[in-house]
Write a protein that binds this ligand. Sequence first.
Ligand SMILES: NC(=O)c1ccc[n+]([C@@H]2O[C@H](COP(=O)([O-])OP(=O)(O)OC[C@H]3O[C@@H](n4cnc5c(N)ncnc54)[C@H](OP(=O)(O)O)[C@@H]3O)[C@@H](O)[C@H]2O)c1
Ligand SMILES: [Zn+2]
Length: 374
Amino acid sequence: MLADKCLTHLPNPACEKHLPQRAVTIIHLAVARMAQLDEWFMREALKEAKKAEGQTSPNPAVGAVLVIDNHIVARGHHRGAGHDHAEIECLRNFSASVPARATLYITLEPCSTVGLTAPCTDAILKAGITKAVVGAVDVNPRHHGRGITRLRDAGIKVREGVLAEDCAHLNEAFNKWIVSRQPFVIAKCGMSLDGRLTRPPGESHWITGPSARHHVHQLRSRVDAILIGAETVRVDNPRLTVRGVHGARQPWRVVLTRSTNLPRRARLFSDRWAGRTLIYKGKSLASVLKDLGKRSVTSVLIEGGGEVLGQALDARLIDKVQIYLGPILTGGPLIAFPGRGAQSTGKATPLREVSYWRIGENVCITAYPKENRR
Ligand SMILES: NC(=O)c1ccc[n+]([C@@H]2O[C@H](COP(=O)([O-])OP(=O)(O)OC[C@H]3O[C@@H](n4cnc5c(N)ncnc54)[C@H](OP(=O)(O)O)[C@@H]3O)[C@@H](O)[C@H]2O)c1
Ligand SMILES: [Zn+2]
């Protein structure tokens, strides 16, 4: 190599003797720059997708951006079942003919089969797109990889897997439901530092502060259903609605009971969303979840109380935990996840991808049981 002979020179891009090395460096820089740009634009597509997060079920949240000469010239996202898919909305928002140097960024592999709408792969080809960058591959075995293959077969240059984890994470609930028809289960509770769910009877039942509670409303706005045990209805008379989140859909409210001793005047049965309350009598949690999955409920937030949370843990039905720790010690009998519990530490449920963040004076912890790989 020329560069090897030039031992007296430090690598100097201006030195002709270093040209081959310089060329390689330039190519590496260009590739790195392109990868960086692809990630940057995919992040913008993700922002688009998040605009309708919680509103697209039972469809996934998807975003797209169209880029020409490193500028975003159009954006689009899927707004919900029956509406245009993200890439269609994006291409429509670019109301001119697409030049060959344009690149389409999509957070999810485009569909290639007729559903409620025509296949997006056809629209992409018709629009004259020559380069596409895809985030996550569709996990549905009926579609998996087909959209990408269809585009490549038609001569489109496709780069896949850009920010794939982030793109897949956005649709973690949909991804479970579409392959198993079982909803993604999030176990959530407000918990004292000593692992209790509630204060003594007669006192305010809030363990966490207002900012954590607002956070819970955002969480509720992203799920299809909230599930609780009858004792929580009797003691707390909760609404289980989404409040303070603009444009949110109201989730189904699901109550488990054996006795059917439920107060008729409880908010869940008398407020304006009463038609969205389901009561399951004498059914195991697993069978309730199965039935909800059949009703196209892709995600269920179990909000307590302890008996139901304990059952969910014992039966290994939890896909994710989201716990809000309040700065309080209460003592007392109402622990957060009673149930049978693990027979030994080895049989306990280890958690992965554990995140902690502070919300006011509270700490929110999210994690995924290790056995339920996404
Ligand atoms: N800090 C928090 O985040 C939080 C959240 C929720 C609740 N809480 C507190 O938790 C307390 C209630 O918890 P808890 O453990 O006593 O009760 P719970 O879990 O709310 O409800 C237990 C009741 O649910 C029904 N049930 C449970 N599993 C069932 C199944 N598989 N099939 C049919 N029915 C089933 C039974 O109702 P029947 O008795 O009608 O048969 C059972 O008595 C309340 O004090 C509440 O304030 C705290
Ligand atoms: Zn589509």
